[in-house]
Design a protein around this ligand. Structure first.
Ligand code: ADP
Length: 355
């Protein structure tokens, strides 16, 4: 049985469907990321699950029980928001025990569970401090401990890492994932950051205007996006407009155009998507390699060294083509902006969507 089931959830504000028929099943112990641009309905979905917002239609089931009309406190869900929402006048330990106090858990049991939760997030030594004596990352760990202390039926995480700086965000992301797996907690994680969603989630629900555009594993949504919206939102790509006739597509203007190949047939106006790590950098005028019949000639627009990879951009008559090379590939060292270059890739790595 699913630990969480959403059936046709809908929420309307002033005639606009903020959430427009969201359904999903979440197995016990797994983490789903709700991923999408600002305003697509992620937080409203999470708030309805938490009971902080009432749906206009649809049902929410937790372990088979209909909780749609239960008040938030009887759902026993642990919620972590972007802003830590800690009580400044209470100690860290009292903050962590707050939910337990609301549930009427006695003092000694409350202390035991608060300490155990603080131990889980590595903050046992800070129990007597006030939140302002802690760093942002530590405060977010306190918020997480508070959510875990109630032994929640579901862990609901609303952009919990967004207020932290990049390095801390990466560290806490790994810690949270290890902890969630270890505890076997079922979690819903809201984020607009595709890298965060891919790294954290068992399932990713990509949302577009109140609906789930695609629900799948991180690899599904990255490698096999269902729509152009998903392909654009999840990961970078070359995006080349063209006209398809079967497995060939003409891209670029007139005599400067190129014929590119796809593995499956398409017809009419399309946009071709190719991931930068699938594209090879070839010498200008180099013959097409076996298995790489798609080639585009252009000039190097930029060369960005990012550490592990080098991100090149090639300007071609068909459009801009980003190419990611491993930084230890010596090919990029001889390149300069403005130099001619050729890009090549396989038809099977060419995704096409109706334009
Ligand atoms: P996200 O979390 O994906 O950024 P939200 O769920 O916060 O999106 O919002 C979805 C849509 O609903 C947005 O258009 C937003 O402006 C609208 N909305 C959210 N909450 C309210 C509210 N309390 N009153 C009116 N409109 C709202």
């Amino acid at each position: 049985m699913a630990q969480l089931e959403l059936q046709g959830l809908r929420r309307t504000y002033a005639g606009i469907n903020a959430v427009d028929g969201v359904s999903l099943h979440l197995a016990a112990g797994s983490l789903v990321a709700l991923l999408g641009p600002s305003g697509c309905g992620k937080s409203t979905t999470l708030r309805m699950i938490a009971g902080l917002e009432q749906p206009d239609a649809g049902r929410i089931l937790v372990a088979g029980q209909d909780v749609t009309h239960l008040p938030p406190w009887s759902r026993r869900m642990g919620v972590v928001f972007q802003s830590y929402a800690l009580f400044p006048h209470m100690t860290v330990e009292a903050n962590v025990g707050f939910g337990l106090r609301m549930q009427g858990v006695g003092t000694s049991e409350r202390l035991r569970r608060s300490r155990a939760a603080l131990d889980l997030v590595g903050l046992s030594d800070h129990a007597g401090k006030k939140p302002r004596q802690l760093s942002g990352g530590q405060q977010q760990r306190v918020a997480l401990a508070r959510a875990l202390a109630i032994e929640p039926t579901l862990l609901l995480l609303d952009e919990p890492l967004s207020a932290l700086d990049a390095k801390l965000r990466d560290e806490l992301r790994v810690e949270m994932r290890i902890l969630q797996r270890r505890l076997g907690a079922t979690a819903v994680f809201v984020t607009h950051d595709q890298a965060e969603a891919l790294a954290m989630a068992d399932q990713v629900a990509v949302m577009e205007r109140g609906r789930i555009a695609q629900l799948g594993t991180p690899e599904d949504v990255f490698e096999r996006p269902a729509t152009a919206f998903v392909a654009t939102f999840v990961g970078r790509s070359a995006r080349l407009p063209g006209t398809a006739h079967g497995t060939t597509t003409r891209c670029g203007p007139g005599s400067h155009g190129s014929t590119l190949h796809t593995a499956t047939p398409h017809h009419g106006p399309v946009t071709l998507f190719i991931r930068p790590h699938r594209i090879r950098l070839l010498a200008p005028g180099a013959p097409a390699l076996d298995g790489f019949p798609n080639v585009l000639d252009g000039t190097i627009a930029s060369i960005d060294y990012t550490g592990a990879t080098v991100e090149l951009v090639l300007d071609t008559p068909a459009g801009r083509v980003p190419i990611d090379l491993p930084a230890d590939d010596p090919a990029w060292r001889t390149l300069t902006p403005g130099a001619p270059a050729r890009a090549g890739w396989e038809p099977s790595h060419t995704m096409a969507f109706p334009a």
